[in-house]
Unconditional design. Structure first.
Lengths: 631, 239
């Protein structure tokens, strides 16, 4: 074990995942940046996670501040506190970590001695709800930009104390592509609506901040030394990222929209990362991660190379996202050589019509063929994942979920006496940067009505187990997902009333949010349930993931006309903006889509169930699980 | 069938890792060290390894043992105990060191059955050396020492006086003493913390370290490993 080495010239980063260690440790983004920063000569990085409530109580009692897990260094002594934000419900944990660090909440209240507070991760595509609390937000891939930030901060540190000017430093950072400094921008509201967000007068900064994209994944074979925790964590296995980005174009999926284009890692590099990784860590399970792993050119060859590795113990493989039309008998039998992991398929919607609306183009038959492969290869339990509250959804679509599940069970009965299907239902939250960003989310009541509809229909079916996400949590996610700067005092109030770890059902408290919204004179209806208009200023209009707003609007109109859109990896470009705007291209080894399925464009996921078991909460709420899928 | 029996330490920060996680650490360690452990049969095969008396989380140890089940071919001609010990030691995390290895037959007693007593080093605070001597001598002069213990949801009263074989003061500190005590493990393990709390509720234990696990044969005290130890240097660990 090598401990990070500090020195006065280095920019020191504390990378914080504002959830428990068990959830945060496996985060690949954080581990990648941790390694890159520690390899550089001008930076050093350590890690921290949000202490659970019993721990933070003891820390406050004994006046122990937040500290790093690596060398137990006090958080406030770092130059940079960098938060990884991947879900809305952790926002109050950001405040909790700042409070435990004894760092002022608001950017405007911090002085030269205080650390620079940075946020990264998918939530930075709309950082406005927490914009007042951070100094800097970084959009997109972090591999290159963390070095550029380190250079500026390390130079700044070499200045004499009276030369150090915090706002000057922030302006310098704002000059970097992909870096957003909220304090340099001004928001104007009129009649309770945002009417503009633009650079403050006299500030030399960009009108539009474009995300960062690394063009060649092969140049960044990280993490090279994946951390192996001594205690059990979620995703406790070797994780190797096989490609980044996805152009399947599922309209509800923020990850698929904001991470374009597709960049595959060379096959030889994947195999060598797996081989070295297994030897070094001692893990017996490897996950080939991406947003849709079967879309990797020649995935079958990668799977067989990984499975036939020279090793003295059996290795099991998990593919967190695999299209149903690629899940064949062959794949199934290859994958179950070691331990048999759980299987989850994600049709997302109950009818073909609605799947066209959301652009998840898999047919009923694709799904049935996949579950047939699974059941015939010995799996007895299958998990299906769906969203409710999607645009244009009717009760017929909702009940289609039960219908599909029942047919799945019937296939299971051909192979097993008591097959089971677990149906997990999440409430849809419209996300910034997607074609559905204009859609008014279903109300809490409407979601609950749909859940009861499903519950009643599912009751009569033997072997069918229904789980659903707490619709009250969906409401809060909706408020924050498309919120603006008026939410800062709401977050502060919820935190003050003890509202931390809100993505954990045992801590989630809707009343704290309702009260805080009311006290601030803000309406939930307005933030979450209201359809946005075409010419309306959206709080993230000054931030870009590359996709043109008119492309997104057209895609939204197509959705309402039940019109699907094929994957642009293998068809002509639709000019969404993600490639052309940055002069980059898809990096794919195969010019044709993988064979199989009705369209060759279906998507579904099969994933290892480990995470769901190990963080299982009450029967009805598994917020973490769904947050991940819904992003 | 034969097993590889390994004596190892658990010192420093890693003392806070629970027994289940230690088992998982061993599974990874054996794969890293390329030890061809046998796997159980069935739906979910697991490596066949077994541990002796569980060490309470938070206690340190210089005498933990694990048995690794291996095929007979592993012990053939080129079996080199020294290099195997090195490979394992290198694969273990900070705070865990492989001190020695031996070969046992699976027909012998299990580790748990074989061990009769443990020697503990305990750092006690809130007591002067004179006070502690008095407390100890009082305990040794009495014929019985009843401790209430919960077992399977029932409260049992057990006399553990016979399980206290020895208790010596080895060091004096400003705020307490360090003691070395041998405690019997039959019929049930007697924890030094429970014992000290029972003999005087004011005593506070700061750190507990298991020094030895022993098999008693008459007056002989035998270590569960029959071969010589290659002691590893203690590791500096952030506590």
């Amino acid at each position: 074990m090598i401990l990070p080495e500090h020195s006065p010239e280095k920019a020191s980063w504390l990378l914080i995942y504002p959830d428990t260690y068990e959830i945060g440790l496996p985060n690949q983004g954080l581990q990648i940046l941790y390694e890159i920063l520690n390899e550089r000569s001008d930076s050093v990085a350590e890690r921290s996670y949000a202490p659970w409530v019993d721990m933070s109580r003891e820390m406050r009692k004994r006046k122990i501040p937040l500290f790093s897990v690596d060398t137990h260094r006090v958080a406030a002594e770092f130059d940079i506190l960098a938060f990884n934000l991947s879900a809305e419900l952790v926002y109050t944990n950001l405040l909790e970590c700042l409070d435990l660090s004894d760092v002022p909440f608001y950017s405007k209240d911090r002085n030269t001695q205080d650390p620079i507070v940075i946020a990264g991760g998918h939530c930075t595509y709309n950082p406005e709800p927490f914009a007042d609390f951070i100094d800097v937000a970084v959009l997109g891939d972090g591999e290159e930009v963390v070095g550029e930030i380190s250079e500026i901060v390390s130079n700044w540190k070499s200045k004499s104390e009276n030369e150090m000017d915090r706002s000057g430093l922030l302006e310098e950072l704002a000059g970097l592509p992909g870096v957003y400094v909220p304090s340099l921008y001004e928001t104007t509201f009129s009649d309770g609506r945002l009417i503009s967000i633009s650079p403050k007068l006299g500030k030399n900064t960009n009108d539009l901040i474009e995300k960062r994209t690394i063009s060649d994944l092969a140049a960044w074979p990280y993490p090279k030394n994946q951390l192996v925790p001594l205690t059990e964590v979620v995703h406790d296995r070797l994780n190797v990222e096989i490609f980044r980005g996805c152009t399947r174009g599922c309209r509800f999926c923020q990850a698929g929209m904001i991470t374009r284009p597709v960049r595959e890692r060379p096959r030889e590099q994947i195999v060598s990362m797996v081989e070295k990784g297994l030897k070094r860590t001692g893990y017996d399970e490897v996950s080939l991660t991406s947003l849709s792993s079967a879309d990797f050119s020649g995935i079958e060859n990668v799977i067989s190379e990984v499975m036939t590795q020279d090793s003295c113990s059996p290795v099991s493989l998990s593919l967190p996202s695999l299209r149903v039309d690629a899940f064949t008998v062959d794949t199934a039998s290859q994958m179950q050589q070691a331990r048999r992991t759980g299987l989850t398929f994600a049709p997302e919607a109950g009818t073909w019509r609605l799947r066209q609306v959301i652009n998840k183009l898999i047919s009923d038959d694709d799904l049935f063929a996949a579950v047939e492969s699974a059941y015939s290869q010995g799996w007895r339990r299958v998990k299906l994942y769906f969203l409710i509250g999607l645009p244009t959804e009717t009760d017929q679509d909702t009940l289609g979920i039960v219908d599909l599940s029942e047919k799945t069970l019937e296939i299971g009965r051909k192979y097993h006496k008591n097959p089971s299907v677990t149906v997990s239902v999440g409430g849809f939250v419209p996300k910034p940067g997607t074609p559905f960003q204009w859609f008014g989310q279903n109300t809490e009541k409407e979601l609950l009505r749909k859940i009861y509809l499903l519950r009643d229909a599912a009751k009569k079916i033997r072997g069918l187990k229904l789980k659903w996400h707490d619709s009250r949590a969906t409401v809060v996610e909706g408020i924050l997902s498309r919120g603006d700067r008026r939410l800062a005092p709401v977050l502060e109030k919820v935190w003050k009333e003890g509202g931390v770890f809100q993505e954990w059902s045992e801590h989630f408290n809707i009343d704290l949010w309702r009260n805080a919204m009311e006290e601030e004179g803000l309406s939930i209806e307005d933030f979450a349930y209201r359809h946005r208009e075409e010419d309306e200023v959206l709080p993230w209009d000054h931030l870009s993931a590359g996709l043109h707003k008119d492309f997104l609007w057209q895609d939204w109109r197509d959705a309402l006309n039940n019109q699907g859109l094929e994957d642009c990896r293998w068809t002509p470009c639709y000019d969404c903006g993600a490639c052309t705007g940055y002069g980059i291209e898809h990096v794919v080894a195969s010019a044709v889509p993988p064979a199989g399925g009705s369209q060759g464009t279906g998507i579904a996921s099969i994933q290892d169930n480990g995470i769901m078991v190990s963080i299982s909460k009450s029967e009805t709420t598994e917020s973490l699980e769904f947050l991940g899928v819904n992003e | 069938m034969r097993c590889l029996r390994i004596r190892y330490t658990k010192r420093g920060k890693i003392r806070f890792i629970g027994h289940r996680d230690v088992a998982r650490i061993w599974e990874r360690t054996l794969r890293k060290a390329n030890i061809p452990v046998l796997y159980s049969q069935g739906f979910s095969p697991h490596p066949r390894i077994s541990f002796g008396l569980a060490l309470p989380t938070g206690f340190e140890s210089e005498a933990e043992y694990v048995d690794i089940y291996l095929g007979e071919e592993f012990f053939m001609n080129d079996f080199d105990s020294k290099s195997i010990q090195q490979d394992i030691d290198r694969a273990l995390p900070v705070g865990m060191d492989a001190l020695g290895i031996g070969i046992v037959s699976t027909s012998e007693d299990s580790l748990q059955e074989a061990v009769d007593a443990c020697i503990w080093e305990v750092r006690v605070s809130g007591v002067s050396i004179e006070e502690f001597k008095k407390i100890r001598d009082e305990m040794f002069s009495s014929d019985s020492l009843n401790i209430e213990r919960e077992r399977k949801g029932k409260l049992l009263v057990e006399d553990v006086r016979g399980q206290v074989h020895s208790m010596d003061i080895t060091e004096e500190h400003g705020d307490g003493v360090t003691i070395l005590t041998e405690l019997g493990t039959k019929p049930r393990v007697l924890r030094p913390t429970d014992l000290l709390k029972r003999i005087n509720s004011e005593l506070r234990t700061v750190r507990v370290l298991r020094k030895e696990q022993l098999t008693l044969q008459g007056n002989q005290r035998i270590e569960p490993l029959s071969i010589e130890l290659h002691p590893a240097a203690p590791t500096e660990v952030l506590a």
